[in-house]
Design a protein around this ligand. Structure first.
Ligand code: MG
Ligand code: ZN
Length: 220
């Protein structure tokens, strides 16, 4: 019985997610769901990447957190409009929350919407928000076993950003072992090792986002 109820809820989420995607498509907006543990560096990645992109692209950010608007304030501070969703303790964003948030944006005027999910490697993977791409941020300080331990998160990723690479020498994280684990899941995720501190690897990730935006416009 409970399983049936849970499935119904997920189906309702999927319907709203499809409607969100249709709204993004109609406005030719690329939507990215940004996922990862608390402290992986999701907001820090946006702070490093968005100012450059914002020179030529119109961007807005949806920030999901249990409480506070700290991340949205950080995004506003770099000149990018953002909308904070407080989940009141909820551990993931769902399509309905995103639907309400994007209703506050002028979607037609935007090129890119980034939805930074609640920091969580578990249930955030199970909720389609209507995004086109899933970007997972994994920091080297979290350990290379996370891919084996949280397979759904990494299976469905389109890109895996390996963050805090400047700290790699201070950890026992093995990039090769992580790569093998990723292949074992038959994940299609493109790997972007980078460091916001040194700037290494940022350009490759920006180029990937740029080409996704171009592809997105061609398809519609
Ligand atoms: Mg954050
Ligand atoms: Zn959850």
């Amino acid at each position: 019985m409970e399983i049936i109820v849970a499935k119904k809820i997920l189906n309702a989420n999927d319907q709203i997610a499809q409607a969100n995607r249709a709204r993004f498509d109609a406005s030719r907006v690329l939507a990215v769901n940004l996922l990862g543990s608390p402290g992986a560096g999701k907001t820090t990645l946006l702070e490093a990447v968005l100012p450059g992109l914002a020179k030529t692209r119109k961007i807005a950010v949806v920030e999901g957190d249990l409480a506070t608007s700290r991340d949205a304030e950080r995004i506003e501070a770099i000149g990018v409009p953002s909308m904070q969703i407080n989940t009141a303790g909820g551990c993931h964003l769902d399509a309905n929350m995103v639907s309400r948030a994007i209703g506050t944006f002028e979607l037609d005027s935007l090129d890119l919407v980034v939805i930074e999910n609640v920091g969580n490697l578990v249930c955030t993977a199970g909720f389609d928000l209507g995004e086109h791409l899933r970007v997972v941020v994994l920091s080297v300080t979290e350990g290379d076993d996370k891919i084996e331990k949280y397979p759904p998160m990494f299976q469905k990723a389109d890109a895996l950003v390996l963050s805090k690479m400047d700290l790699l020498p201070h950890t026992n994280f093995q990039v090769e072992r992580m790569r093998e684990n990723l292949q074992r899941l038959s994940s299609q995720a493109r790997l972007f090792p980078l460091s916001v501190q040194t700037g290494d690897g940022i350009d490759a990730f920006v180029d990937w986002l740029e080409s996704a935006m171009r592809r997105d416009r061609r398809d519609r």
